[in-house]
Ligand binder design. Structure first.
Ligand code: PLP
Length: 437
């Protein structure tokens, strides 16, 4: 199946742009080439961010309900001060002794189950998943990988091979099998059992083809599959991959760092302890810092034969920045805020849905919400979803769409989002809904 993985993307020539934006678009195409995409039919030229707000070149404010990188708020002064302070003192890598990276590792490990004893640092989530795969291959002797049907795990050559949401232009590896996400509409009321059975089926198929399973890797809130936020979905699937000699990797790049309003990590809601946990995006609130937490026994084989060095991963500035993010999450009580404001948000969307039947199922946990947009006869409606995304952009609210059909509004604001911000969002969404034919 060929599909555009970004149905909301700007298409050159589709709309008339003011001269300044048209010039930037032309320069961008000339300098960056054809593989990049821009959000929105009318692209945004952002110049500044503060808290939950982003500002364009004309000074117009946009409420950010999508950007899960700046998760403690854009340009948080404490994070910026920590980053700048360390950059002014020493910016170096992990081949010298330095307290920062060790304190960061210890602080992160303290948030994880006791069985997870080591932290390794990278610059991006893609690199963390790539490293996880190398370690898993060494630990298991296998190569087979199981992912969900519309998963996204990153951009390196080996990780793109198990990121089906990149679309038909990026073929999956012959050693990769996909399973449906734990969607009760597809797998039955007991989605956990259905998911475990699907993973077992994938294991059996790998073996039939002579491929030894190495990993099951899932985003623990199934973001790109359309957001599946129910708890207790993974135990059976994790047991199945372990029984087959493989490992379970929790990809926390999207749900991690408190977004779900229940502890720091999405996997904990499923009652499982992963073999490895990859993390990134919100970890540095905009600074590129990511990492991999793992059980010591998993890295024993790899560590005996390979050495690991990543020039920028875990550098002193990255460590200072990520430590400041952890401090802000704790000191501003952001996990509790994600739970409280997320519940308000979900209530407001359900109320709106009672008056607008195109708003179908809502799946929400903390400040991660997925709202289905449907045709009058209940089918996924990517076209109307794109109209909402672009209409909200024109109303000063930034959002995007997700899911295999692109019909799920993906709502993922900074963890500092307030009740007033929710009211603003709902007001603007109401306006856009009223304008629909
Ligand atoms: C679930 C998930 N894993 C991994 C990645 C890759 O992270 P990065 O873009 O930092 O390489 C992403 C990025 O969107 C992601 O959403």
């Amino acid at each position: 199946m060929t599909r555009d993985p970004m149905p909301n993307a700007f298409r050159p020539g589709a709309v008339d742009l003011p001269p300044a934006e048209a010039d930037l678009v032309a320069r961008r195409q000339a300098a960056l080439g054809p593989a990049y995409r821009l959000f929105y039919q009318r692209p945004l030229h952002l110049v500044r961010g503060e808290g939950v707000w982003l500002y364009d070149a004309e000074g117009r404010a946009y409420l950010d309900t999508y950007n899960n990188v700046a998760s403690v708020g854009h340009c948080h002064p404490r994070v910026v001060a920590a980053m700048a302070g360390q950059a002014a003192q020493l910016a170096s890598h992990t081949r010298y002794l330095h307290d920062g990276v060790l304190t960061l590792a210890e602080r992160l490990l303290a948030t994880l189950p006791a069985a997870i004893g080591h932290m390794m640092f990278t610059c991006t989530g893609s690199e963390a998943n790539d490293l996880a795969l190398r370690i898993a291959r060494a630990a298991t002797g296998g190569t087979g990988i199981i992912v969900t049907e519309n998963a996204y795990h990153g951009v390196t050559a080996s990780v793109a091979e198990f990121s089906p949401s990149l679309g038909a232009g990026v073929p999956l590896g012959a050693h990769v099998r996909t399973v449906p996400p734990p969607d009760p509409r597809r797998l039955g009321a007991d989605a956990a059992a259905g998911f475990a059975a699907a993973v077992q089926g994938a294991i059996d198929d790998l073996r039939r083809h002579g491929i030894k399973p190495a990993v099951l890797i899932v985003d623990t809130v199934f973001s790109s599959d359309g957001v599946f936020a129910a708890p207790d979905l993974l135990a059976g699937a994790v047991a199945a991959i372990r029984a087959a000699g493989g490992l379970f990797i929790a990809d926390e790049v999207q749900p991690g760092f408190g977004r779900l309003g229940q502890g720091m990590w999405g996997f904990a809601r499923h009652g499982v302890v992963p073999d490895m946990v990859s993390m990134g995006k919100p970890m540095g609130n905009g600074y590129p810092v990511a990492g991999l937490a793992l059980r010591p026994e998993v890295i024993a084989e790899f560590g005996a034969h390979a050495r690991y060095f990543n020039t920028f991963g875990g550098n002193a500035v990255a460590a200072a920045t990520a430590l400041a993010v952890l401090d802000v999450i704790a000191d501003e009580d952001l996990i509790a805020n994600a739970a409280r404001t997320g519940a308000l948000f979900a209530e407001g969307l359900r109320d709106l849905a009672s008056r607008h039947p195109i708003m179908g199922d809502l799946r929400a946990q903390g400040l991660f919400l997925g709202q289905d947009i449907l045709t009058p006869d209940g089918a996924p409606d990517a076209q109307t979803c794109a109209v909402l995304v672009n209409g909200l952009r024109d109303e000063g609210v930034l959002i995007s769409a997700t899911g295999p059909a692109g019909h799920v509004l993906k709502i993922r604001p900074p963890l500092t989002f307030s009740a007033d911000n929710v009211a603003f969002f709902l007001d603007r969404l109401t306006r856009v809904l009223k304008r629909l034919p």
